[in-house]
Design a protein around this ligand. Structure first.
Ligand code: 0WD
Ligand code: CA
Length: 382
């Protein structure tokens, strides 16, 4: 990791005559720079959880957790109509509301006094969403979508919060109707596969409300970087070998039915990378995929163990490598730690990345980039 940082400084032409090593001004993302042994990643342990209800209100409990309930395997297999209920039984979340780290900070405010690791652990940690780390892991291989991450240091802790890029915003506002329906279908699949109580059966007759979410809060470490992050979990498997979270969690995905070897190859290279990164970070052992046909019906399911996903691309010259993903993430976290030196909740370093370019930084104060809410800063300061 240190090696990666030095490389980054050389690439940027840091002047070796400077007495104090100045932080690099950019970070390259080429996969070739990040190969090498897999870095240390502490097995993620769950510190707690929270739920968001149908009105997107926070609850400090597991009320939104659902239970994995796949269809019986004795009959012909599933026949899930993913378009059923669209759009009349769909309550989509209002995507204009930028929640930033708010729900996670609410959890942290309620639990910071009793965090394991003792006092001072949080001061040395990085706090963020799992989804932001997923984007970092896949960056060396991403060729379509850039990202922006806002960073602030406050009482030692480094907070990372994503900023929607102008391109992503434009795409979201112009989202074609077919893509909207496809998003619904992903959530509908969850409804066919999950029950509200352990041992009961799914009820696909109700509404699909994407305000509802169950989030796990975890502690881990990547190299020397302590991490506290939260991620949305689809369901828990009451019949899992280990009932201890996150080992009992299941991630649900939908994907297009594939019929030719070329389709599968491309699926392994692109989709499986994203599925792996997301579930590996949180320690979710299995991803259950529902394959939908052109009519929008899921007629087959396949379980992909997270720890076996890399095998599909291990011998593929155009595949991805978990070490590259994790080494790049560690290098970015070092880069951010070295860049964001000043402790000030109103100061934001904005890290920006576009495919084909290195990660760059710009500095901002207050609105619109400052993201630590006053209620959090005041409660922690007093
Ligand atoms: O502030 C932001 N820009 C974001 C906030 C971006 C992404 C997520 N969030 C927040 C939301 O409050 C959400 O509840 O994080 C929570 C989910 O966090 P995550 O687990 O870190 O996100 P990610 O791993 O990207 O997505 C997990 C699931 C998705 O499932 P699929 O199977 O599609 O990966 O969370 C959902 C989605 O179901 N999801 C979101 N829910 C609300 N807002 C969002 C979003 N922006 N993105 C994904
Ligand atoms: Ca999912």
């Amino acid at each position: 990791r240190r090696e990666n940082k030095r490389r980054a400084e050389r690439v940027d032409g840091a002047d070796p005559r400077n007495k104090l090593p100045s932080p690099a001004s950019s970070l390259p993302t080429d996969p070739a720079l990040y190969s090498g042994p897999f870095p240390f990643y502490r097995r993620p342990s769950e510190l707690g959880c929270f739920s968001l209800d149908a009105q997107r209100q926070y609850h400090g409990d597991a009320q939104a957790l659902r239970y994995y309930s796949p269809p019986p395997t004795n009959d012909q297999g599933p026949n899930f109509d993913l378009r059923d209920g669209y759009p009349d039984r769909y309550q989509p979340r209002d995507e204009e509301v930028q929640e930033r780290l708010d729900h996670l900070l609410r959890w942290l405010l309620d639990h910071r006094g009793k965090l394991e690791g003792g006092p001072g652990w949080l001061a040395g940690a990085i706090v963020t969403w799992r989804g932001h780390l997923t984007k970092l892991l896949t960056t060396p291989y991403e060729q379509q979508e850039g990202w922006q991450l806002a960073a602030s240091r406050f009482q030692g802790t480094l907070y990372l919060s994503e900023v929607e890029t102008p391109a992503a915003r434009a795409q979201r506002l112009a989202r074609p109707p077919l893509l909207r329906e496809l998003m619904y279908m992903g959530y509908k699949f969850e409804q066919y596969m999950c029950a509200d109580k352990p041992g009961s059966s799914p009820d696909p007759s109700g509404e699909v409300n994407t305000n509802v979410a169950f989030c796990s809060v975890l502690r881990s470490r990547l190299g020397s970087h302590r991490l506290l992050f939260s991620g949305e979990v689809d369901c828990t498997d009451p019949r899992a070998a280990s009932t201890q979270p996150p080992a009992c969690y299941v991630e649900l995905k939908t994907s297009k039915e594939m019929h030719r070897p070329g389709h599968w190859r491309s699926f392994y290279r692109h989709k499986l990378l994203k599925w792996w990164a997301q579930s590996f970070l949180l320690g979710v052992p299995n991803v259950v995929a529902g394959f939908r046909n052109p009519e929008g019906f899921v007629c087959s399911l396949k379980t992909f163990p997270t720890m076996e996903m890399f095998e599909y691309v291990r011998n593929d010259r155009d595949g991805w490598n978990p070490s590259v993903c994790m080494n790049f993430c560690a290098a970015f976290l070092s880069f951010a730690q070295n860049t964001v030196v000043q402790d000030d909740p109103r100061l934001v370093h904005l890290f920006s990345w576009e495919p084909g370019s290195p990660v760059t930084v710009s500095k901002h104060r207050d609105a619109p980039y400052a993201f630590l809410p006053m209620w959090y800063v005041e409660a922690v300061t007093r």
